[in-house]
Design a protein around this ligand. Structure first.
Ligand code: MN
Length: 241
């Protein structure tokens, strides 16, 4: 099983979390929030084949880090995985919207030109704006919408664009999230924790907590965890092929 969206570099002891993920054979897509974090974060994956590192520039940091777009382009050839990138339309981030759009459009254009990138995308309160950009960059063939929280109409649009969705405990905890998980085609669902930002009983989620998300999704799908595991493993294989 793979945790498709985890901020490994933001745990107090990333190497310990990475070692335990390796010992448990839990895969991790280790997303970053700034291009300057790339060299240090990719070191966590060294010697731990379960970990794949993604190059990112988080929308919340777009204004402060827009100058790192040149670093983004420099590191992009080193990885097939990109994230966390996207747009955030939350009221507190309205003042950085133009920079967010500039960063996201640059990232999509670079990834589209490079080809074959798997992109983990944040779209809080901005699903329509994200989907508008994805429609302009059809070279992004495997967008993965992480923790999707748009409307049912936006979800339908994302499905028509053949997006993938990484779902985790936070989506399972809300009625809207559960409705989305029921509506997404089973062949396009992946698991995530978004640790360490997400918590359970006051403790940050760890990559192996994808198994609790697996249980929740299996319940919604009215099947056994074993059957759901087969679906997720097939999906992972298809996405990474
Ligand atoms: Mn995240």
């Amino acid at each position: 099983m793979i945790d498709f969206h985890c901020h490994l570099d933001l745990y107090p002891d990333p190497f310990a979390v990475a070692d335990e993920a390796q010992a448990r054979s839990v895969g991790v897509l280790s997303v970053t929030t700034t291009p300057s974090a790339w060299p240090g974060t990719s070191r966590i994956a060294q010697g731990r084949p379960v970990i794949r590192t993604a190059l990112g520039l988080h929308p919340q940091l777009a204004r402060e880090r827009i100058r790192e777009l040149s670093l983004f382009d420099r590191y992009l050839p080193e990885t097939r995985f990109v994230g966390e990138v996207g747009l955030d339309g939350s009221p507190g981030l309205r003042s950085s919207w133009n920079q967010q759009v500039e960063v996201f459009e640059h990232v999509l254009a670079s990834c589209s030109a490079a080809g074959d990138k798997i992109v983990s995308i944040h779209s809080r309160r901005a699903a329509t704006a994200v989907l508008d950009r994805l429609d302009q960059h059809l070279g992004i063939q495997r967008p993965v919408l992480h923790w999707f929280s748009g409307t049912a109409a936006e979800l339908a649009r994302a499905m028509a664009r053949d997006c993938w969705f990484s779902v985790g405990p936070s989506m399972l905890a809300s009625a809207k999230g559960r409705a989305h998980i029921r509506d997404i085609p089973r062949s396009r669902v992946l698991l995530e924790t978004d640790g360490p930002f997400t918590q359970r009983l006051g403790a940050p989620l760890q990559p192996w907590d994808v198994y609790s998300a697996l249980g929740g999704v299996a319940q919604l799908w009215e099947m056994s965890e074993r059957e759901a595991t087969t679906i997720f493993q097939n999906n992972e294989r298809l996405l990474l092929a």
